[in-house]
Design a protein around this ligand. Structure first.
Ligand code: NAD
Length: 440
């Protein structure tokens, strides 16, 4: 089977390379000519473990190539995955559907025979039905254009393994025809035991946003308790361990800290609220505003702690920020809490040096006003305060001796609660963690 993947960002490039790995002939389509050129040259324009190898392997074998031409896409295959972006729009948190609608219309305009268009992007409920109706109105005469929705749950940093061995597959359709195609595309994962949920359009769309809303809520839930322990006393990590021992709750996604960011959770909870309001359900997802606010207040808290610690007097003090990506193992800086805090401190007049093992370039593009030295040692040299804001493995294992002779002030704010407090306090450092009292 030949397959196209339209939109070759984090999701689409991964999906295209994994489909080639499974054995399909794949054409990836993107409007960004520079991205297409890089991908055709076997160069991944972002960081994702294991993906560069797959991309090189299959661009070299000829099983995977990329193009900007939708006409080529329409002629190449009868099965098309839609993986374009659905970023936040300027309107009350609503999803910007211009990439979805643009790509869908443009493909429809080129197709001349029966085809199946499978949405993978995260979309407001109602999108698949709307596109299916658009296909009936605008599609070629004499040909049937079917639509299915197959939301994606991959995690950046684990995208290849999540794509090849997903936890579950969700197939949303309004007729049985596309199910056979979906089952053959995913035959390997299904044979390996991946559960499949076959359902209608709306459920499929909602499974994705519900999963993200739940995860965001879990993170903000524990971070709200951090606000309590910071005021009333108590230790957030012990609290999380203890409630996490209840199998009904579970310990994962209960790590208190600087909160969530990235290109999915923040915009997905806002888009869900906006969509429910459009549906007349004004209060239904109201709690997600609180989830969002708790999350953003963690960033305020870190900025406040820096100001309190450095006294506000030496406003030009050097602050070293360790981590720029929104999470480890990714160079994605979209709505990154670390970079947001760094930019705010820069705005307050601090000299901010950011070091991230992988995301230096994407961070520089997004926040060019900050300094990005080549090494962690340069970033922390002469710093009055070190902020650990993304929990890369190399920062988790930091020891006081790694920084002792470099910094000007032995002060560290561990925004991810990953450092061993006793080690740092015993070495004479002032250590701050979120939701935990760490003064000696
Ligand atoms: P992205 O911005 O990295 O990629 C989108 C790509 O689509 C870009 O390369 C863009 O140039 C291209 N594009 C835009 N309009 C186009 C058009 N008309 N024709 C062809 N290409 C076009 O976004 P992403 O992170 O890959 O996310 C894509 C979708 O997948 C979003 O809905 C997102 O919510 C969802 N998703 C993302 C992840 C993730 O971890 N990144 C995980 C699950 C779901």
């Amino acid at each position: 089977m030949r397959i196209t993947v339209i939109g070759t960002g984090y999701l689409g490039a991964t999906h295209a390379a994994c489909l080639a790995e499974i054995g399909f002939e794949v054409l990836g389509i993107d409007t960004d000519a520079a991205k297409v050129a890089a991908l055709n040259a076997g160069v991944l324009p972002f960081h994702e473990p294991d993906l560069p190898g797959l991309l090189r392997k299959h661009t070299e074998s000829g099983r995977l190539r990329f193009s900007t031409s939708m006409e080529e896409a329409a002629n190449f295959a009868d099965v098309h995955f839609l993986a374009v972006g659905t970023p936040q729009s300027g309107h009350a948190g609503r999803a910007d559907m211009s990439q979805i609608d643009g790509a869908f219309r443009s493909l429809l305009g080129q197709i001349s025979h029966d085809a199946l268009i499978i949405g993978k992007s995260t979309v407001p409920v109602g999108t698949a039905r709307r596109l299916a109706s658009m296909a009936r109105k605008l599609g070629p005469t004499g040909a049937e254009i079917q639509v299915a929705w197959n939301p994606e749950f991959l995690r950046e940093g684990y995208a290849v393994q999540d794509t090849l061995r997903p936890d579950r597959l969700v197939f949303g359709t309004d007729q049985p025809g596309p199910l056979g195609v979906l089952r053959s595309v995913y035959a390997q994962a299904i044979a390996a035991g991946t559960p499949v949920v076959e359902t209608d359009f709306e459920t499929a769309e909602l499974v994705k946003v519900a999963a993200n809303a739940f995860l965001a809520t879990k993170i903000s839930f524990i971070n709200a308790f951090s606000e309590i322990t910071e005021t009333a006393g108590g230790d957030i990590s012990t609290l999380a361990d203890a409630i996490g021992m209840d199998a009904r709750i579970g310990r994962r996604f209960l790590n208190a800290g600087l909160g969530f960011g990235g290109g999915c959770l923040p915009k997905d909870i806002r888009a869900l609220q906006a969509r429910t309001q459009e549906l007349g359900l004004d209060l239904t997802m109201d709690f997600l505003s609180a989830v969002d606010q708790v999350n953003l207040r963690r960033r305020d808290k870190v900025v406040e702690l820096v100001e309190q610690t450095l006294g506000g007097s030496d406003i030009s003090a050097k602050v070293a920020v360790l981590g720029a990506s929104f999470k480890p193992e990714s160079d994605d800086v979209r709505d990154s809490p670390a970079l947001d805090v760094a930019a705010r401190l820069d705005g307050l007049g601090y000299e901010v040096c950011v070091y991230d093992p992988i995301a230096q370039e994407s961070a520089r593009r997004r926040c060019p006003q900050l300094e990005y030295p080549d090494t962690m040692e340069e970033a922390v040299a002469g710093a009055e305060m070190v902020l650990l804001l993304t929990e890369w493995q190399q920062f988790r294992t930091l020891q006081p001796a790694d920084l002792d002779s470099l910094v000007s002030g032995r002060r560290i704010l561990d925004g991810r609660n990953v450092l061993d407090a006793a080690t740092w306090l015993d070495a004479g450092w002032q250590l701050m963690q979120l939701g935990r009292k760490t003064e000696p």
